[in-house]
Structures are given as C-alpha cells and as structure tokens.
Write a protein that binds this ligand. Structure first.
Ligand SMILES: Cc1cc2nc3c(=O)[nH]c(=O)nc-3n(C[C@H](O)[C@H](O)[C@H](O)COP(=O)(O)O)c2cc1C
Length: 274
C-alpha cells in the first residue's frame, strides 16, 4: 500500500466511521497516532485497533510523511455505523466508470450470506453480473433504465421457490423465497453504502427477460436488480410519508407516539393516499 492509497481510503471516511488499520509488516516509521494541525484524528491508534473518525475535514500529514519512508504493507478498512449507512443511502442512478474493487464485492457477498432466511433455507441466489453484454440485456429487461448497464457491476437477486416449497409448500414458494431475496437485497444495499458505494434497487423489469439474461431456470424468479458503483451524482434526499402514516401502536391506524430522536433522520414529508 502506498501513501496515496491511504489518502484515498481516508478521503472516503465520514464522521463517526470506524477506520481499521492493520499492518502486516510493522514499520519503524509508522507512528500509530495520526495527527493533523492540532486535530487528533485517530487518537492512540494501535495496529489493528479501531478508531472513530472525528473530523473528516482533517487530513493525515505527519504520519503519512513517515509512511512513505519505509517498506510496509497495510490493510485499511473503513467501517460505517449502521445508522450512518441507513441515513446516507440514496438511490443513485449515475455511476463513475471506476470499477468496484473485488474485495468490496466479496464483502457484500459476505454480508448477504449472513442475512436471515425462512427456515435458514436461503431460498435465493445472487448473480454478480460484470459482463457488459449481460448488463445491457438487464438494462433492456429493466425497461431501458440505462444506468443498469452503466454500473460496473449489477447484483441480480433471484428467489428460488423450489428450495422453500419443499419445506413450506405454497407459503414458501409464494412468500418466503421472495422475502429471503428481498432481505438479501437490503443487506447488499447497506453493505454497499458502508463501503462507500452507491446503488438503486431496480424492481421494474420484465421478469422473463431478466431471468433469461442470468440463466435463472427452474422457476427461479428475479426479484431485484441492484446496479452498484461509485456515485457520479449526489441526489437530493427523497421525502417520506409522515411517520404517523406508517408506525402504529398495538392496532393499525393508532399512531405510535413518535418523535425524532435524531433530527438528521427527518425528511420532508409528503402526503400520499392511502
Ligand atoms: C421494490 C423497489 C423497486 C424499485 N424499483 C425501481 C426502479 O425500477 N427504478 C428506479 O429508478 N428506482 C426504483 N426503486 C427506487 C425507489 O424509487 C427509491 O427507493 C425511492 O424513490 C426512495 O428514494 P431513495 O432510495 O433515494 O431513498 C425501487 C425501490 C424499491 C424498494
């Protein structure tokens, strides 16, 4: 890893991220505390430990100078708090050409694999599509939504009814496998956000055409296409229904006594019927 790489990772961090540094070859020049112009950025970081990023406006200076002076190899990872990931996720429909690193694709798959599923059957498949021709087919299947093929990688989430129906009959084939595929899509979206990537859940597509594109046979049903990449746009926050339309106490229609504990989660509200 080079000094620039470390800077690139640092540039992705946001306040309250966790930065994990682990050196595989300890370097006498590496000073574990990174300090910038009086701001303690990573106080008392020791190798392999986590530190909270306090101030994104800070940049590494003194320690990064030392970093370039010796041979070392390091792995840096940025970890984002769950609520930060939820808050900062927006549907992004324009992507940079920059590829998604293989390690990040694997991390998303790792997260998917830990999602809950009905009876722990994992009645879904995830197909990671990188082939430009197949991405074009997916974009066409998605009624011409061009950003699907522009994303460097698309995850296609497919429900696998047969896996669930063996144990749960119709409820498995009509509901659980769809829920299994949906929750892994959600896990993937949030994992992508936590890795500094963006995505959009695409649900509008011709199911047969999408299934054909990814070779989903045996009654497997594509549930979502998730184009993933580095954002080339910063969309405005989307509005939400008033919370009184969605959260109830004990009985549907009886509003939950709710107020925001964190104002930064508040969105402009919008009234929709029903
Ligand atoms: C089930 C589902 C299907 C969706 N299908 C599409 C789609 O086909 N095309 C699209 O551009 N966005 C699609 N979206 C994204 C929504 O438009 C988006 O989540 C919503 O407008 C809220 O914006 P946000 O994601 O930025 O918070 C879909 C989202 C979900 C959950």
């Amino acid at each position: 890893m080079k000094q620039e790489d470390l800077h690139a990772i640092w540039a992705q961090t946001r306040p309250s991220d966790f930065l994990v540094l682990s050196l595989t070859n300890s370097n006498p020049f590496f000073t574990p505390t990174m300090v910038d112009s009086g701001t303690v950025v990573l106080p008392d970081v020791t190798i392999g430990e986590q530190a909270i990023v306090h101030d994104q406006s800070s940049v590494m200076t003194s320690s990064s100078t030392s970093l370039s002076s010796g041979a070392f190899s390091a792995e840096c990872r940025v970890k984002m708090d769950y609520f930060e990931a939820v808050k900062s996720r927006h549907s992004v429909r324009a992507f940079q050409k920059k590829p998604v690193e293989e390690e990040k694709i694997r991390r998303i798959i790792e997260a998917i694999n830990l999602a809950p599923s009905a009876g722990d059957l994992q009645a879904y498949e995830v197909i990671v599509v990188k082939d430009p021709m197949l991405k074009d087919k997916l974009a066409k299947a998605a009624l011409g939504q061009g950003y699907v093929s522009e994303a460097p990688v698309c995850f296609v989430f497919v429900a696998y009814p047969e896996r669930s129906s063996k144990k749960y009959g119709r409820r498995g084939s009509e509901l659980y496998c769809i829920q299994d595929a949906s929750i892994v899509t959600t896990y993937a979206m949030l994992a992508a956000t936590a890795l500094g990537l963006s995505s959009t859940w695409v649900g509008a597509f011709d199911e047969e055409a999408a299934a054909r594109a990814v070779g989903a046979t045996k009654g497997k049903r594509p549930v979502a296409i998730l184009p993933i990449g580095y954002a080339a746009e910063s969309p405005e926050s989307t509005p939400r229904r008033p919370v009184s339309d969605i959260a109830f106490l004990d009985t549907s229609g009886v509003p939950y006594p709710f107020s925001f504990t964190d104002k930064s989660f508040e969105r402009p509200t919008r009234n929709l019927k029903p």
